[in-house]
Structures are given as C-alpha cells and as structure tokens.
Design a protein around this ligand. Structure first.
Ligand SMILES: Cc1cc2nc3c(=O)[nH]c(=O)nc-3n(C[C@H](O)[C@H](O)[C@H](O)COP(=O)(O)O)c2cc1C
Length: 186
C-alpha cells in the first residue's frame, strides 16, 4: 500500500498539486498522477509553462484521464488513498453522483467503494447550493472535504507558506505516516 494517487483538476490553486506531490515524494510514496485537461490549463496559467513537466517529473506513473483501463481504475490496485488537489466543482459533482466519467473521478470512486481515504481540496468561492450539497454527499460517502484555506493562526509570511501548510495537512489526512504539518502549540 505504498502507492498514493494524486488527482489534479481544473480549479484554481494548481500550485497545491506540486506541493502535495513533493510531500508525498519526501515520504517515499510512489505517486500515480492524473491531470485533467482543465488542470493542464490552470497549471500553465497559474504556475508557468514548465509546471506540468515539473509535476509529472515527481510522479512514478502518469495516467491520461481517458485511460479508464489503468490499474488505478480498479479496487484491486494496492493503493493507500487519493488526494485531489485542487478539486474543481465539476469533479466534485461527478464524484458526488458516482459518474466515474474519466480516470480521475473513477479512481476517486474506487477509493470510496474500497473505504480508503479520499481527500478533496475543493476550491470555489462563493458556493452554490449544488456545491454544498455535493460536499455533503461525498462526506456521507466517506471522503474528507478540505477546502484550501490558510491557517491564519500560524501567521504565514507568504503564499508559499500557506500552500506548504495546506499540502502537508492534506497528506497528514491520509494517515499513512506521522504528521508533517506545522501544529498549533497552544
Ligand atoms: C483559470 C481558471 C480557473 C478556474 N478556477 C476554478 C475554481 O476555482 N473552481 C472550479 O470549480 N472551477 C474552476 N475553473 C473551471 C474548471 O476548470 C472547469 O469547470 C472544468 O470543466 C473542470 O474540469 P475538471 O474537473 O475535469 O478538471 C477554472 C478554470 C480556469 C480556466
């Protein structure tokens, strides 16, 4: 169970995917990566032209979203869990309704049916009732909805510190290793 899936969908906050991938590499976890077409666009728009290459360089396996025959499309693949960072409202809706319409949402569905951790860094603001209802639905199915909001109480000095803390907390939520995120010391 040393493998972890990282799904990257087309919400704002593409830098979160790079930070999560780096944390998982530091833990020595093999990384299965799925980047949606919209995420390729946000990666380029928000992190620069080389961001997608930098992200894929951190992965052990990169799966095209249409490849619904990939290993991670099946519950038989030995996977510890999945993080979607960032998670768009479209992918959230697909997961909430069990659409399994591409490899990213299929792999997420597999984590739910196998009762494995699924962490969704859902990013949108403000939220419609549909967004909120979909968050309730995935929570009822066992996923953890973790909007990427800053830990203001830690007094982050810049955006990089905000991103690092969110990524570390997301990885901690998989509960596959001792926590790495900065903790409130009281
Ligand atoms: C620059 C940019 C920023 C976006 N930000 C968000 C966002 O924060 N949240 C969201 O749900 N969708 C956002 N979108 C829209 C999604 O990319 C779009 O709904 C897409 O269909 C999502 O597909 P996917 O879930 O397969 O990645 C953004 C799109 C672009 C181009």
């Amino acid at each position: 169970m040393s493998r972890v899936i990282l799904g990257v969908s087309g919400a704002s906050g593409a830098a979160l995917s790079l930070a999560v991938a780096r944390h998982l590499r530091t833990l020595g976890r093999a990384l299965d990566l799925v980047i949606s077409p919209a995420a390729k666009r946000t990666l380029a728009a928000e992190c620069g032209a080389g961001a997608e290459a930098a992200l894929t360089a951190l992965a052990d396996r990169v799966h095209p979203p249409p490849d619904i025959g990939a290993t991670i499309a099946s519950g038989s693949a030995p996977v510890a869990g999945m993080i979607i960072a960032p998670c768009s409202m479209r992918s959230l809706a697909a997961i909430a309704h069990g659409l399994d319409d591409n490899l990213l949402t299929r792999a997420a569905s597999v984590q739910l049916k196998e009762r494995r951790p699924l962490i969704l860094l859902t990013r949108e603001a403000p939220l419609t009732l549909a967004h909120l209802r979909n968050m309730v639905a995935v929570t009822e199915m066992g996923a953890i909805v973790f909007p990427p909001v800053p830990a203001f109480y830690l007094h982050p000095q810049n955006l990089d510190e905000v991103i690092e803390q969110i990524a570390a907390r997301a990885v901690d939520l998989l509960r596959i290793a001792p926590p790495v995120a900065t903790a409130w010391t009281g």
